[in-house]
Design a protein around this ligand. Structure first.
Ligand SMILES: Cc1cc2nc3c(=O)[nH]c(=O)nc-3n(C[C@H](O)[C@H](O)[C@H](O)COP(=O)(O)OP(=O)(O)OC[C@H]3O[C@@H](n4cnc5c(N)ncnc54)[C@H](O)[C@@H]3O)c2cc1C
Ligand SMILES: *[C@@H]1O[C@H](CO)[C@@H](O)[C@H](O)[C@H]1NC(C)=O
Ligand SMILES: *[C@@H]1O[C@H](CO)[C@@H](O)[C@H](O)[C@H]1NC(C)=O
Ligand SMILES: *[C@@H]1O[C@H](CO)[C@@H](O)[C@H](O)[C@H]1NC(C)=O
Length: 461
């Protein structure tokens, strides 16, 4: 870290060092001291500066602000702008990229106190603020036997939906962002606006999958809720010698499964510990989820391979998002990074991805604790559901395709990268066919580059 670099760029030292604290004292005077902390030893400050990737824990904001309302966010943004401070917006804190939801010597807007939720039984629309984890949101809507299209792990935050959002329900209903019906957004200039098909439709388009911290701060989501009853779901864990059988079943599922109620994630796991010639360092964990009590033949290609552990059975949605074990997102906290590639089904890339990943893992043994290769299908039913609801910023061509977490296997021509799993250097926006349109929308809503200059996020340049 070179915090003094701005000095070399000719900015006066006083302005540079004072911007964060000056924004903080302005915000404190307007919102009151209960909504702001700059005490690095306080429980709140420590929790707010811990992200899923511990690489982000090193950064020390001048203060953390806990807005309760859109008005609070507006006050904070205007004060940050007036002081010329850097800032970051944090929902669940799972983005591992530097300065995406962390900030050094600036203002951290921690949305965790914004946890209001409601349900309208007449319209079946769900409305929630951006704080808390998807697990809390699911539990709230479970009382109505409903849920929303969000994370597959309970611990992940609502920023997921702004980057698209892949759910176990996505093959039926599209990405999380496809279920958006109306957003309340505080623009970079502090104005509070509504974005929907009818109101600021360009902003609404960009917010569906075009990423967070770019066009403003979303302070309320109104989304189409979905029914949630019984699920047949669980994990099958295989010993690594089954790797070729499992990869074949994954490939067949991606290519041929047509039941939108069936969803999988196929994960290959490798530990940094020695294998002792017994494959003790490797395992395959399948996540199988069926929306309904009877999956029919959807998963027989997996269940016919003998596992070493089988946890499948009838589950509630809350149990589904706590597979393989509760708190898995908290447990996997560490110096983590993501990389992603998107591929077409049936192009023979499955085996290649597995080989590339495994060779890298062998060559770099000891440099990591856990390496995970995840296969995530994007079936045609998903891209159809997305289009039926107006499409999103990703403008995904028809499935089937799939994404994996091995960037070195490349990205198929014409397929948009998934923002949520992308490394900061992968420029996902530039792989979107709507990139130019997004650049214009960005210019319109962030005309003086306040967000572009003062917080992290994807480059629109
Ligand atoms: C364990 C784990 C499991 C995951 N599972 C899934 C999955 O099932 N499906 C999937 O699609 N992705 C998944 N992801 C990826 C995940 O979508 C991204 O990491 C996402 O960034 C997490 O959102 P967050 O709110 O937790 O994180 P944050 O880092 O808080 O937010 C993500 C980004 O959005 C911005 N942002 C957040 N809220 C707002 C807001 N209200 N207004 C403006 N900007 C905002 C932040 O500034 C940040 O840049 C997973 C990640 C992890 C670590
Ligand atoms: C506080 O910020 C507002 C903008 O929100 C600005 O108008 C005002 O001058 C600032 N006050 C101080 C003391 O910096
Ligand atoms: C939810 O579903 C259960 C089981 O089918 C049922 O007993 C209960 O009445 C339902 N609750 C609501 C609010 O519909
Ligand atoms: C299972 O695999 C076979 C090929 O062995 C394929 O024809 C079939 O469609 C697959 N079924 C599913 C649901 O993936």
């Amino acid at each position: 870290m070179l915090p003094l670099l701005p000095l070399l760029a000719g900015i006066t030292p006083v302005a540079v060092t004072a911007a964060g604290p000056s924004a903080c004292s302005n915000i404190t005077s307007q919102l009151g001291s209960t909504k702001v902390t700059s005490n690095e030893l306080s429980v709140n400050y420590v929790e707010s500066t811990e992200c899923w990737s511990t690489l982000q824990d090193a950064y020390k904001p001048s203060c953390v602000v806990y807005p309760k309302t859109a008005q609070d966010v507006s006050v904070a943004l205007q004060a940050i702008r007036a002081a010329g401070s850097r800032f970051a917006i944090k929902a669940g804190g799972h983005n591992p990229n530097t300065f995406f939801s962390s900030v050094d010597a600036g203002v951290l807007l921690d949305l965790s106190s914004m946890t209001e939720k409601s349900y309208d039984p007449d319209t079946t629309l769900a409305t929630y603020q951006p704080g808390g984890q998807f697990g809390d949101i699911y539990e709230y809507y479970a009382q109505y036997n409903r849920t929303v299209v969000g994370a597959r792990l309970a611990g992940v935050g609502t920023g997921l939906a702004l980057g698209g959002g892949m759910s176990y329900l996505s093959p039926q209903y599209g990405m999380s962002c496809d279920s958006f019906r109306e957003l309340e957004i505080v623009l970079p200039d502090g104005q509070i606006v509504t974005a929907s098909e009818d109101s600021n439709p360009d902003l609404f388009f960009a917010s569906r999958g075009g990423g967070g911290n770019a066009y403003g701060v979303v302070t309320k989501y109104t989304v189409q809720s979905r029914p949630a009853g019984e699920f047949w779901a669980g994990n099958l864990i295989y010993a690594f010698p089954q790797k070729d059988n499992v990869i074949e079943a994954i490939g067949n599922f991606i290519q041929y499964n047509t039941d939108p109620k069936a969803a999988i994630i196929g994960t290959y796991e490798k530990l940094g510990t020695p294998d002792l010639n017994l494959n003790l360092d490797e395992a395959i964990i399948m996540f199988l989820v069926y929306d309904g009590p009877d999956p029919g033949d959807a998963f027989t290609n997996f269940t016919s391979i003998t596992p070493i552990l089988d946890t499948t059975g009838i589950k509630t949605y809350t149990e589904v998002v706590n597979m393989p074990i509760p708190m898995s997102s908290e447990i996997s906290r560490g110096p983590n990074i993501f990389r992603v590639g998107v591929h077409r089904a049936g192009d023979g890339s499955y085996e290649n991805a597995l080989d590339v990943w495994r060779n890298w893992a062998e060559d770099n043994k000891g440099k990591y604790i856990l390496l995970s290769l995840d296969f995530q299908p994007v079936p045609k039913s998903l891209t159809d559901a997305s289009k039926a609801q107006g499409g999103n910023a990703m403008q995904m061509p028809d499935g089937p395709c799939y994404r994996d977490l091995v960037a070195s296997t490349g990205n198929a021509e014409g397929l948009p990268l998934f923002i949520n799993d992308a490394n900061y250097d992968q420029n996902p926006l530039q792989t979107f066919s709507a990139f130019e349109k997004l650049q214009e929308i960005k210019k319109k809503y962030d005309p003086d580059n306040f967000f572009a200059d003062k917080t992290g996020g994807w480059s629109f340049a």
